[in-house]
Design a protein around this ligand. Structure first.
Ligand code: XIL
Length: 375
């Protein structure tokens, strides 16, 4: 057994609950600090919701009051195969049970996305790629989407309160003159166009009428993508599609988005009249990530690559303070803020040490910088 585990666990317990020392002034938790503003969520992995990462669990339950599943409810994980035996619910069930046991607000992520979706979804039974110009192919893909959403949302009806229905469907180009609203390389877009978005929201709403349904995307701070987001949501609203929340992933770096840009973007997005959730917050400190603002998973090795930028820890605190100042200012529109991982060691960008807790489960200076913004 690792000798370090006990002292670390003890230190965490005394720092975050104040119980061991009985010293109220040591009490500092994210969920308490922002309790008047919004719940604070965290994306969790399987080792955490299965209880194997005990230090991680201690941090999760002390600091956060909402959960997102980092990977286990993505199509490739929950529905890897076609056919009646195609689902794998055990990890998703354990995730939801963990959230319920700890009385947390539970998010589902994600129903329709171009990434982490098995190839068979976009092929016929002989392995031929489905085509957008073939009516039968379109019907087949729509039927699959319907069945998937009915099954997954239906299974967790009344237990998962919030769903990311459609993820990252917007065109990612930074060229403001690029008139394509949607991501042309997505098979969903190629085969079905905007119809998959409309149907995904309608079917999710049918499967659980009480669930809060989100459209979720990254880099919506930048004007080209923000314009497309606003155009898409207005189009959905005009068709009475039940899109209920805008999810802004907020995979930031040490200088982007600036305080001004974050404030302007939130102001603009709020004009849609829907609540905003910050859904996947992290601040990438890797050198590669200072040049690349994209959170495209296909580009992640570049964005998370290279050494840590100079004075990264200090800049991390400043950037988190700036972001939380904007979130706090917009607290009447922001209804949830979720971090994309517990500690740096868990992060999809672990090279960039992008979170508030280090690999030994200890709070970094950025943790206090965030707490300060609640005042
Ligand atoms: C990431 C996970 O954190 C990684 O473990 C996985 O390998 C790739 O996906 N946008 C999203 C998330 O919506 O689902 C992605 O999560 C990060 C970018």
């Amino acid at each position: 057994m690792n000798k370090n585990l006990i002292p670390i666990g003890f230190a965490l317990a005394s720092l975050f609950t104040g119980c061991a020392m009985g010293r109220a002034e040591n009490v500092a938790t994210l969920k308490e600090a922002f309790s008047k503003d919004f719940p604070i969520g965290v994306a969790v992995n399987q080792r955490q919701f299965m209880g194997e990462d005990t230090n991680g669990v201690a941090l999760i339950t002390a600091q956060f009051n909402s959960l997102a599943p980092e990977n286990v409810l993505k199509w490739e994980a929950v529905h890897p195969r076609r056919g009646t035996n195609g689902y794998n619910f055990a990890p998703g069930d354990a995730y939801v049970a963990f959230g319920e046991k700890n009385k947390m607000l539970i998010v589902g992520h994600t129903l329709a996305w171009h990434s982490q979706t098995p190839r068979w979804v976009f092929q016929d039974d002989n392995g031929r790629a489905l085509s957008g110009t073939n009516a039968a192919d379109r019907e087949l893909l729509l039927a699959r989407l319907h069945e998937h959403i009915q099954t997954v949302v239906g299974r967790y009806k009344g237990r998962i309160q919030i769903w990311d229905v459609v993820n990252e469907a917007l065109n990612d180009s930074s060229n403001i003159n690029d008139t394509n609203m949607l991501r042309q390389s997505s098979p969903w877009v190629r085969i079905l166009g905007v119809e998959f978005i409309v149907k995904a929201f309608e079917w999710a709403h049918e499967a659980d009428p009480k669930a809060i349904l989100r459209y979720n995307d990254y880099s919506v701070e930048n004007e080209p993508k923000r314009k497309r987001l606003i155009a898409l949501i207005k189009m959905l609203q005009a068709k009475n599609v039940p899109v209920m929340v805008i999810g802004s992933q907020t995979h930031a770096n040490l200088s982007w988005p600036s305080a001004e840009l974050e404030d302007a973007a939130l102001t603009d997005i709020a004009k849609l009249g829907l609540p905003i959730h910050i859904t996947e917050l992290d601040v990438n400190g890797a050198q590669g990530g200072q040049r690349n603002q994209s959170a495209d998973v296909a580009q992640n090795s570049q964005a998370a690559g290279g050494k840590l930028a100079e004075s990264a820890d200090e800049k991390l605190s400043k950037q988190y303070a700036s972001l939380f100042a904007a979130f706090h200012k917009h607290r009447s529109e922001i209804k949830l803020v979720t971090f994309w991982g517990v500690t740096d060691a868990d992060s999809w960008r672990r090279n960039g040490k992008p979170l508030l807790f280090d690999g030994n489960w200890q709070p970094k200076p950025a943790f206090s910088a965030v707490i300060e913004q609640a005042k």
